[in-house]
Design a protein around this ligand. Sequence first.
Ligand code: ADP
Length: 613
Amino acid sequence: MTNEESQRLISILDAIEDGIYIIDADYTLEFMNKTMVKDFGAGVGKKCYQVINNSDEICPWCRAKEVFEGETIHWEQHVPGVDKTYDLLELPLRNTDGTISKLSICRDITQRQKREEKIRASEEDYRRLFDHVGSGAYISSKKGKFLNVNQALLNMLGYKNKEEFLKIDIAKDLYLRPEDRRKFQEMIEKDGQVIDLEVDFKRKDGTPLPVLHTSHARYDLKGKVLGYEGLNVDQTQRKQMEREVKEAHDFMNNIIQSSPNAIMAADIKGNILLWNRAAEETLGYKSEDTIGRMHITSVYPEGVAKEIMKMMRSHEYGGVGKLRSYPMVYVRRDGGIVEGNLSAAIIYDARGKAVASVGIFIDLEERLEMERKLRQTQEQLLQSEKLAAMGRLTSQIAHELNNPLYGIMNTLELVKTEIPPENKRRKILDMALSETVRLSEMLRKMLSFSKPDEEEKQPTNINTILDEILLLHEKQLREHSIRISPSLAEDLDMVKASKNQLRQVFLNIISNARDAMPEGGTLSVTTRAEGDNVHVEISDTGMGIRKEDLNKIFDSFFTTKDNIKDVGLGLSVCYGFIKDHGGDIKVESEWGSGATFTIILPMFKEGAEEETS
Ligand code: ADP
C-alpha cells in the first residue's frame, strides 16, 4: 500500500461514526480512528487497557485471546471509564510478517440500550400493574375472546385456570345478558371508550356478578379497532351496601309513615321535604301536593311559622333548636281548624349549620272534644243540682200557696152562691175564680216538675199512647191547619214506662209543635226500633229553633213565648221524665225550617230484670 493509499484509508476510517482500533498481539494500540480518540484520547503505541480502562492490567472483560486464536467475535460490553456500552465486532488481522493483530469496531449503543431499558422497565411496570391491580383487567379481541386477563378477574369470576378462561365466548359465557355485550361494543366503537358502564357478568357457577366496566378500544396502525382493554370493578359490596342503605331508609320511612302523629319537614328556605300519612289526614293535603311544591308557611296561620322559628332559636321553649309541645292551630285544606300540640326541632349538619326543620303535630281534636263533652256533662250535672234545689223550693212554695189558694177559691165559690147570676158582680167574681183556677193549674205543674207523680212503670206500647193522643188532638190540630202524618212501626217493641209521664212528654212536644206552626203545617210522628232502643220522632214544619237557643230549651224556665201560661217548664219536665226512664231526648232544628225531637227509650226485654237482679 502506498503512503497515499494508506492516508486515504485512514481518512475513510476516521469518517466512520463507529470507533475503530487495532492492537497487536502485545495489546499495543497500532491504530485508533477519530471516534476512538474522541472517546478515549490518543493512545497509539500505548497498551489498549491503559487507554480503554485506565489500568495496567488487561481488562477483566477482555476477549482478545479468542481473536488472536483466529475467531471473529460479536458481543456487547459496557466500559465504565466512559460509561458507554458498545456493540463490538472483533476480528483477527493477519499481518504480512505472520503475526496477528485484532481489529475492533465499537458501535456506541448506550442510547439505544437506555431506550430499550426504559421500554423494558415500563413494560415491567405495566405487567406488574396488570397482575396486581385489585380490579379485573383484560385485553380482548374484537371477536369476543380474551387475549390476556389478570388474576383478579379470574378470582372475581371463580375461574381457577387462565387457559380455560381465555377460551370462553365473552358474549355468551361472560355476560349475564348477551345483549349487554352488543350494547358495550356499540358504545366503544362509537366513542373509543366506555366509562363506568354497569353490567352483570356471570361467574363460572352461573351466579351474577355486578361490575362497573371501563374500557378503551385498541387500534392497529391504520386506525382499525383490534379489540378492547380495560378494567372491571366488582360491585357486589357496593350493591350490598346500597341494599342495606335502602333497607335502612325504607325502615325509617316506614316508621315515619306509620306514626299516628303528623310529621312534616322543610328545608331551611321552607320548602316542604317530608309529609307523612298522618299529616295528609290531619291537614288534608296530599304529600304529592306538598313535597317540593308548597311552602311550610302556607299551612300555618299568617306569621305563625316565623314565630315558631323565632321560638326555636331561643332558649325558652325546650332549648336552642327545639320547641316542646306548643299549643298550635292549623288551617286544614278545607278551611277547617285543627287544634293540637306541636313539637319541632332544627336539624343541623355535621358542621353545625342549620339545614332543615322538622315538626311533629299531635292532633288533640278528639281529646279536646272529650274535654268539651266532659265540661258539658259537668254543667248539666250542676244544672240538675240547681234544678233539684229549685224543685225543692218550688214544691215548698207551691205547697204553701196551695192551701191559701184553695181557701180563696172556696171563699169565692161561697160568695158566688150569694150573688144572683144576672148580677154584674157575678161576672167579675167568675173572672176572679177562673184566674184562681189558672193559678192552681200552674201550681200543679210546678208540683209535678218538682215531684213527678209516682206511677209504677209497666210494659207499655208507645204506639198505643201516640194513637190515643193523636186521636184526641186531631180536631184541635186540624183547626190550626196542621196536618198529621203518622208513621208508626208495626210490631214495635214495648218499653217499660209510666204511661202518664209518657203521655205528658208527647203532649208537651206536640203542643210545642203546634205553637211553632201558627200558620199551620205538618206534624210527623214516627216510631221505629233502633238497636236496643225505641225511637219516637216528632217533627214539625214550624219556625224552628235559633242555634243559640238549642242547648237552652231543656233548661227550666227557658221560654221564648210571652204567654203567661208558658213558663218554660215543659221540656225540662219531659227531659227529667225520659232520663228517669233511662232514655234520652235529642233535638235537631234550623231556624226557619222546623224542628225534630227524638225520644229514645230502651226496649223492654222480658226476663231481663230477673236476670240482672
Ligand atoms: P214553653 O213551651 O213553656 O216555652 P218548653 O220547655 O216546652 O216551654 O219549651 C221551651 C222553649 O223551647 C219554647 O219556648 C220554644 O222557644 C222552644 N221550643 C220547643 N219546642 C219547639 C218547637 N217545636 N219549635 C220551635 N221552638 C220550640
